[in-house]
Ligand binder design. Sequence first.
Ligand code: NAD
Length: 466
Amino acid sequence: MERQFFDCIVIGSGPGGYVAAIRAAQRGLQTALIESKELGGTCLNRGCIPSKALIANAEVLRKIREAQAYGITTGDISFNYEAMKERKDRVVEGIRKGLTGLIASNKIHTFEGYGKFSSPNEVVVIGKDEALLEGKTIIVATGSEPKELPPFPFDYEKVHDSTSLLNITELPERLAIIGGGVIGCEFACLHRAFGVEVTLLEVLPSLLPTEGKQISSAITSSFKKQGIDVQTNVAVEKTERKGDSVLVHISGKAPLEVDAVLVAVGRKYNTDQIHLDKAGVIVEEDGSIPVNEHLQTNIPHIFAIGDITGKWILAHYASHQGMVAADTAAGHLSEMNENAVPSVIFTKPEIGTIGLTLERAFEAGYDATVGKFPFQALGKSQAIIETEGFAQIVIEKTTGQILGAQVVGHGAATLIAEMAVAISSELTVQSITETIHAHPTIAEAWMEAAFLADDMPLHLPPKVRR
Ligand code: NAD
């Protein structure tokens, strides 16, 4: 096998890897990008994009169903799920085509195959392309895949992971979801919008347990109104096929009979098959790779980015890490700001969060307070009939520094961007109150929440002063 030399080899072309490859090439490094499946990784092919395409369908359907409230009369409403799935596939294919061109235009050398280390500087590619690559620097961006637990083995026909559930062409009548985390909650809303009977089973006392009490309780009450059967504190023992249905055995309860199950209990890091031991890279027991602020592993010319760093499983975080790693690999030392990582969940209502919740701010020793503004009190929200939810800003009392922000409601995923700028720029609450927010917009909720945090409420009555 002929040896090929590169300044930078990137293993994995998800939102971490392909962004790292583009940045490395822009910095003048001869760059190789190795991918064993489709370009774009989980996000484009099996995660963010296909799920958001389907969620857009659900959103249109919801608005049509609510048309009467806007004075619009419709006839019978029906939909074709297979056509929706095909639209989703076309969206993904179109973006993948664009990405292929983008990578080529950056003169990145792509290899189709599975990359494995054979030494600290060598990667063997096995697959459609067979190659031996030698790199001055190597960026590992191999991502993660759905975790399978022995009591609920995937058969990809009735017991699904998130990937196979995205590819069904016919909706089940009854769906049980094991795991009330991000994926479980997003799919629960999606399927419920299409009329599926959804039971959401979470082992811990609340849904989205990592998001804090306020968000968990807002989302739980909204889900219940939508007709989702939310069951928390439940121990699911196993799933069992019974003819065309599946029995979900739950400790202390009668078995639940459904047509399909989604198992969404977390993800497993793809680090066990790539021979990191041959490169001398340290891997933690859970499969994650420890890195420093420049994303270097214990072997300084080998970087790890994305899910495998074991911090956030978020596409945009991986992309940012990709840029930091590639810059550092090219000699432009760069580092991550871990305090300003927004997270968005595409449930109905949407959720956007960044930084500390009030509970976490207290735990971290801050003298903190919060300003919380309900969308019900916002003109634009009333005008468009999207009054569910709230926006809140957590600040340090004496300095006014913004420590965190949470928003639940229409457009939350977009709204959180303002707070990402505020926190990454270390702004104070006064920066928000002094910024003229266009009217009527939903973004005014931040200004109103900032007024409240600053104890100067505008469109809510003043607090009773002691
Ligand atoms: P998760 O960690 O978010 O949630 C898993 C949930 O399953 C937890 O609440 C956990 O308590 C529960 N659980 C575990 N074992 C269980 C059992 N036996 N019975 C019942 N409940 C059980 O994992 P996920 O939802 O699979 O998502 C994986 C990752 O992907 C997450 O880190 C998430 O942030 C990321 N992701 C992000 C987005 C987004 O940003 N919008 C979308 C999808 C996925």
